[in-house]
Design a protein around this ligand. Structure first.
Ligand SMILES: Nc1ncnc2c1ncn2[C@@H]1O[C@H](COP(=O)(O)OP(=O)(O)OP(=O)(O)O)[C@@H](O)[C@H]1O
Ligand SMILES: [Mg+2]
Length: 317
């Protein structure tokens, strides 16, 4: 089973405007709301691609119940700890005239250490050896990245496959617990290794460094260029098909969903990288925070090129 954890969920609201002007009253042409937050997005894409998962984490306030309800309606099992405060709302404003998207991202409410204990207890009772645990996104204050570290250690000890997709302190602290897979984008790896990564070679060097620190699989996504995977000493380059990008929001989450779903089925890393890139690329074809559609993922999948990068392996092993 795939279990996703979202500690800082959101309601993602997309508003379509003919033209966005600050300081005026504007008419909204259309709007949609979706349950959001990185782990939740992973669960939604896993479902879209025909897989199953359980979405866990925190669900603050009335909007937390709304998220649960929407996920269940989409056929996704949930097990959230109900917490105090209110779930944040992220707003994406789509400007049709300029084809631009403006994102307003709100901070979430604080969470108590008691809620973390409750979540850890539920994870303990649900997780079994061979399951896949995806920890994705930020951690609400006053908790720190240490929280991911402890969850990863405990899950790994129980024989669970652990996947981390985070930034800053949660990424650094979580990586220190040696999850099986670490996924990051350029900015996230730059902050992790502490130097600029402006091309494939430097990104590869950073990914190699993280791999050698004891991470079995390192996935570095590179936006329109695709992604690099280093898995147990083998390096792969996945090239994304060229598309007309509409909104890249959620592409990283779709990527993680494609990778984890493939690996959970026992299929090889090459296939995982291919589905991850197809799902990530399909997510940029949908407006605002809308994720991806299976139809487009199926069309893109055979167009993703995955090739081993032999030189990198030879020079470093
Ligand atoms: N402009 C694009 N064209 C084609 N594919 C894209 C584009 N942007 C992203 N992708 C696909 O989505 C995958 C993940 O994208 P990206 O590196 O932007 O992730 P991310 O920064 O983690 O995203 P997120 O904002 O969701 O966290 C890429 O590996 C690629 O396959
Ligand atoms: Mg990301």
């Amino acid at each position: 089973m795939i279990i996703t954890v979202t500690m800082n969920p959101a309601v993602d609201q997309t508003l379509v405007l003919q033209k966005f002007v600050a300081g005026d009253t504007l008419r909204v042409k259309s709007s949609r709301s979706d349950p959001g937050g990185k782990g939740i997005n992973v669960s939604r894409v896993v479902r879209e691609l025909g897989g199953e998962s359980i979405a866990m984490g925190f669900a603050p306030g009335g909007l937390g119940r709304y998220i649960e309800h929407e996920l269940k309606r989409a056929g996704i099992e949930t097990d959230f700890v109900h917490t105090e405060g209110e779930t944040r709302t992220n707003i994406a404003i789509l400007d049709e005239a300029r084809h631009g998207t403006t994102i307003l991202s709100a901070p979430g409410p604080t969470t108590s250490p008691k809620a973390v204990e409750e979540l850890r207890g539920r994870l303990r009772s649900r997780l079994q050896a061979g399951d896949w645990l995806v920890l994705a996104g930020s951690i609400p204050p006053p908790l720190s990245g240490h929280c991911y570290n402890e969850i990863i250690q405990e899950a790994s000890d129980a024989g669970v496959h652990t996947v981390l997709d985070a930034d800053q302190d949660p990424l650094a602290e979580g990586t220190a617990a040696h999850p099986e897979i670490v996924k990051g984008n350029r900015r996230e790896f730059e902050r992790l290794v502490g130097r600029p990564l402006d091309d494939e070679e430097s990104t590869l060097g950073a990914a190699q460094e993280v791999h050698e620190s004891g991470i079995a699989t390192v996935l570095a996504t590179r936006g329109r260029h695709g992604a690099i995977a280093i898995s147990r000493g083998t390096v792969w380059r996945g090239v994304a098909p060229r598309v007309r990008a509409i909104s890249a929001v959620g592409s990283g989450d779709a990527f993680v969903a494609g990778v984890v779903l493939t690996l959970s089925r026992g299929d090889p890393m090459e296939d995982a990288l291919r589905l991850g890139i197809a799902a990530g690329t399909a997510a940029v074809l949908t407006p605002g925070t809308e994720l991806c559609h299976r139809r487009e993922v199926d069309i893109l999948y055979p167009r993703v090129r995955v090739e081993p990068i032999a030189d990198a392996v030879n020079s470093r092993n």
